[in-house]
Design a protein around this ligand. Structure first.
Ligand code: SF4
Ligand code: SF4
Length: 456
């Protein structure tokens, strides 16, 4: 079994409620809300207006920069609003709202290229870009950017089927139910990166998926090697996965390409296959709806933009004593306060928890046990970073390498003092980014003023 990385934790995986349940197709939703920010990078610009009729696959949000990804209508119907709506990140984000006409009319632009097998690497990247494909593992980084910036530098392409977050089983079920699409996407990635072999990484707790994928890979003669990794959170995080597979560490602040790696979630590979061979853009998502608060946990296949409420209803609703609902897993997910927020391209799970799982304490206190340090896979010192952030000591916080924090949640999970460590680091990182942006703007303004003075 491949070598592990430093730190990490081994919580109960809590996947049994859904890991044997086949993916169910959601009934058609009456409305979708498509935020113009469903990816990392520049938000899209809406290109439809209220009253427009749109078809499935039609672009409703245009990319505004290289690091961006267009957004497509996931249902056909009428645009009823273009306005800020609640987003699962907690902010109000400009969104296109579409009322379903239940006709499922597909846009003329949705068709595969004439000769998918004859596409060059550049043409495949263009298809991926136009299809709005982003990382489905949760990070939502535009796939065309990752591919084009890695061509020529990458010699190890890793398909990430680890799904190390507890409760979440959407990738597991996809490997069991749609292996051909994943393998097809992997073959395309091998062609684009000009590599002889792709590595499919799967955690040991998904042995049936590893076995099935091996069988299908053999049947299809695909250049893929399955690597079964030790079940240890956060095995699926890019840096830890690259280390487990290659033994090399990604330097601070660098990307996997710096050590010759590119990592793609298994469903991202599936999305690439669907775009190239069927012309389908990124409009659907497999979501695990689980947790003690959900009456009938399931894996659901839904259209991007479907409100959380409808997915919970499709699972029989939540118990009355539910105290927390998360977008994503318990380690890295975001707490939600509004069930009208829509499923995004990276929404792998919606979890609900009953009151008896509440672990919050009134006065979180550090007892200096050092456990957080021993589990941090980035070898950081969470207890000091927490202190610096709490006292607004941003220079010290940055010097403690908070920007290297991958927000995995291991420290918060292990902390007996119940400190909100991960959330604190998210806030701290944002404060540092804000301070950098402010300093840059001030420097630019000063340079401009000096230039004007010189010219006067
Ligand atoms: S695990 Fe929690 S209590 Fe222990 S040192 Fe870290 S922050 Fe303090
Ligand atoms: S959340 Fe950040 S500080 Fe905490 S264990 Fe993960 S990487 Fe380390």
């Amino acid at each position: 079994m491949a070598q592990a990385f430093f730190g990490g934790i081994h919580p109960h995986d809590s996947k049994a409620a859904t890991n044997k349940k086949p993916i169910e197709l959601m009934p058609p939703t009456a409305q979708v809300v498509l935020p113009m920010s469903l990816h990392i990078g520049a938000p899209c610009r809406p290109c439809v207006a209220v009253g427009d009729h749109v078809k499935i696959g039609q672009v409703v949000g245009e990319a505004t920069a290289f690091v961006s990804a267009p957004i497509h209508a996931s249902i056909s119907g009428t645009v009823t609003a273009v306005e800020p709506r609640p987003h699962f990140n907690g902010l109000q984000v400009m969104s296109v709202v579409i009322e379903n006409d239940f006709e499922d009319t597909v846009d003329e632009s949705v068709h595969p290229p004439k000769d998918p097998d004859g596409l060059t690497a550049e043409q495949i990247v263009e298809v991926v870009k136009n299809a709005g494909i982003v990382g489905h593992g949760g990070a939502t980084f535009p796939a065309h950017v990752k591919i084009s910036s890695g061509i020529g530098k990458v010699d190890t392409v890793i398909l990430n089927g680890c799904e190390c977050e507890t409760y979440i089983t959407s990738d597991h079920r996809l490997m069991m139910e749609e292996p051909e699409e994943i393998i097809g996407g992997a073959k395309l990635l091998a062609k684009v990166f000009k590599v002889d072999q792709i590595i499919l990484a799967i955690e040991a707790n998904k042995a049936n998926a590893a076995e099935l994928m091996r069988l299908k890979i053999e049947q299809l003669g695909a250049p893929i090697k399955v690597e079964v990794l030790r079940t240890r959170y956060p095995q699926g995080a890019e840096k830890q996965l690259c280390q487990a597979i290659t033994g090399k560490q990604i330097p601070s602040g660098a990307l996997p390409a710096s050590i010759g790696c590119a990592v793609f979630n298994v469903d991202t590979a599936g999305a690439i296959y669907r775009a190239v061979y069927r012309g389908i853009p990124d409009i659907r998502r497999i979501v695990t709806v689980s947790g003690s608060g959900v009456r009938d946990p399931k894996n659901l296949n839904c259209r991007i933009g479907t409100p959380f409420r409808e997915l919970l209803d499709a699972c029989g609703g939540v118990y009355p004593d539910t105290f927390k609902i998360l977008a994503g897993g318990p380690m890295m997910g975001y707490a939600q306060y509004n069930m009208d927020v829509p499923v995004g391209k990276g929404t792998n799970g919606i979890l609900a928890f009953r009151k008896d799982e509440e672990r919050t304490v009134a006065d979180p206190t550090c007892i200096r046990c050092g456990k957080c340090t021993s589990v941090c896979p980035m070898r950081l010192q969470p207890l000091f970073m927490y202190m610096y952030e709490s006292r607004d000591m941003l220079k010290e916080l940055e010097a403690a390498h908070v920007m290297d924090c991958i927000e995995c949640g291991c420290c918060a999970y292990i902390c007996p003092g119940r400190l909100h460590l991960t959330q604190t680091f998210r806030t701290g990182k944002q404060k540092i980014l804000n301070a950098r942006a402010k300093a840059k703007a001030e420097a630019e303004a000063a340079a401009k003023a000096a230039e004007e003075k010189k010219e006067a």
